[in-house]
Write a protein of this length. Structure first.
Length: 234
């Protein structure tokens, strides 16, 4: 139906953020969310009585995902966890990690800074096969830029479409191996790359996401990474 349902306070809270809000108020939005999650609003605040149903006894700690220094600084000042979106930006986030730790103020959720590096990974038994699988993601991104998102193509489609569009397939393969957004290779190459990045960023944790056309290839990629990092059950 057309009616929003719930109380007037709940309706106002649900509308929060739907209208144009200046980007400089993002910190205020995060602070309001944290206060709502922990029932921290002062008496008389219009959202103090707003409740979600079913009501949980605990609230999750709030992390902030960003791809630059300004978001990192804000995450530190608010005492939140920080996740750097390497898989989106492709930038060297060492300065963002440094800014986060320099501006960190302890909170009830985070007594110390906690930083995650979020990275794309495609792993296969051989680097050649991993690159072949990663061609799908490369073509998918190119289609999105052209406004032609039709889902993730197969590697075979990518091997045909890139040359047909005038792209040198060998050059695309080389660029995939150098792409800072995604780590592509066999288990040894991926393991060494993850360790190098963890040391470079001083990351507390690495979050990886694998995008392939084949679900089986995606699962196998995670299995190979787990084995290479000594995380697979024995």
């Amino acid at each position: 139906g057309r009616a929003p349902g719930g109380t007037g306070g709940a309706t106002a809270a649900l509308r929060y953020g739907r209208d144009a809000i200046p980007v400089e108020r993002f910190g205020e939005q995060v602070a309001d969310l944290v206060e709502w999650l922990r029932d921290g609003f002062e008496p008389g605040h219009p959202w103090r009585r707003v409740r979600a149903t079913p009501r949980s006894a605990t609230a999750p700690p709030v992390w902030i995902l960003g791809s630059g220094g300004e978001t990192a600084r804000l995450a530190g000042e608010l005492g939140r966890g920080y996740a750097f979106a390497q898989f989106i930006s492709g930038l060297d986030g060492a300065d963002a990690f440094r800014a986060y730790r320099e501006h960190f103020r302890p909170s009830h959720d985070f007594a110390e800074p906690r930083a995650i590096l979020a990275l794309g990974v495609v792993c296969a038994e051989t680097t050649e096969e991993a690159v072949r699988l990663a061609l799908s993601n490369e073509l998918w991104r190119m289609r999105i830029i052209r406004g032609e998102d039709r889902g993730i193509p197969t590697p075979e489609q990518a091997e045909q479409e890139f040359p047909a569009a005038g792209f040198d397939l060998d050059r695309i393969r080389a660029e995939i191996l150098d792409d800072p957004r995604v780590l592509v290779g066999d288990p040894d190459r991926v393991r060494d790359g993850l360790r190098r990045l963890a040391e470079h960023y001083h990351a507390d944790e690495i979050l990886i996401v694998t995008v392939t056309w084949s679900h089986e290839a995606r699962v196998r990629s995670y299995e190979l990474v787990a084995e290479a990092m000594g995380l697979a059950p024995g």
